[in-house]
Design a protein around this ligand. Structure first.
Ligand code: G1P
Length: 295
């Protein structure tokens, strides 16, 4: 059994980059192939042994609740018409009763604020945070890899990957003290630094395992980068007490908070599907072949 039982999913963001699509559906419901983003996050959490799923939501996110609910009428109809495959496809959306909770973020004050709102539901134990925008394609779920490492290292742990110096301005960045394989022991971290001030090029990706002491820091947090309450700042303030490590996960991360990243993820996951791969490959090859000039 995993020592990390609960995961927080901050899903209150407005998804303005995906308007107009997100005018009437949450961005976490946008599908990569045929599965909404949130499904990838929940599947990864389940694989890591998570049993309780805490969604920090906002107005207009009702579709997320319905998605993980049973759909009795639909299931009955599929059963009656013998549509086994369609019925099986719903299997992933089933959650044990009571496994899912929702807490509402009324003001979009930042990621630190969203995580703080989960305090009552998390209680006094280490827990995971998953940002569904960061989709990680990996032979073994990134959170699962981290849970294993966390069992040895404890303290706060963040997923990390190398980026270019210019890209550091878009991420939390680790101040690395020492490295040991996939683990980077850090002195701290900075949220979205100016590249010339970045302490390293080791960026934080949206998977965290946090000790409950984070809530004390979140309670006292003032606005940070972009005027928001930053989770990065709370972790940083707790480093002396709890420590922080970066875990360089095995896998490929897609930034599904951006349109380009989303399209790339769609292609990558579609190419993973045997029933789509062959024809998609041909299509992409033909589309991307250098144009031949006709005389
Ligand atoms: C958030 C975090 C940042 C992290 C990033 C990963 O930023 O604040 O530290 O590097 O997620 O995707 P956001 O992209 O939500 O601005």
């Amino acid at each position: 059994m995993s020592h990390i039982r609960k995961a927080v999913f901050p899903v209150a963001g407005m998804g303005t980059r995906f308007l107009p699509a997100t005018k009437s559906i949450p961005k976490e419901m946008l599908p990569l192939v045929d599965r909404p983003l949130i499904q990838y996050a929940v599947d990864e959490a389940r694989e890591a042994g998570i049993e309780e799923f805490i969604f920090v939501t906002a107005a207009g996110k009702g579709a997320l609740e319905d998605y993980f609910d049973t759909a009795a009428a639909l299931e009955q109809r599929l059963e009656q018409s013998g549509k086994k495959d369609a019925l099986n496809a719903l299997e992933r959306t089933r959650m044990p009763e009571g496994a899912l909770s929702f807490v509402r973020q009324n003001n979009p004050l930042g990621l630190g604020h969203a995580v703080r709102l989960a305090q009552k539901l998390v209680g006094d134990e280490a827990f995971a945070v998953i940002l569904p925008d960061d989709v990680i394609r990996a032979p073994r779920g990134a959170l699962s890899q981290m849970v294993d490492a966390h069992a040895s290292y404890r303290g706060h742990m963040v997923a990390s990957m190398d980026v270019t110096l210019a890209q550091t301005a878009s991420y939390g960045v680790l101040d690395v003290e020492a490295e040991n394989g996939r683990i980077a022991h850090a002195r701290g971290m900075v949220e979205k630094p100016r590249p010339d001030l970045a302490p390293s090029t080791r960026a934080v990706i949206g998977r965290y395992i946090l000790e409950p002491s984070i809530f004390e820091q979140l309670a006292n947090l003032g606005p940070g980068a972009g005027g928001e309450l930053q989770l990065t700042d709370a972790i940083n303030a707790d480093v002396k007490k709890a420590g922080v490590t970066g875990y360089r996960f095995e896998g490929e991360r897609f930034d599904c908070g951006s349109i380009l990243g989303f399209v790339q993820a769609t292609a990558a996951f579609a190419l993973d599907r045997p029933e789509l791969e062959g024809e998609l490959r041909t299509f992409l090859r033909e589309r991307t072949a250098p144009l031949r000039m006709v005389a």
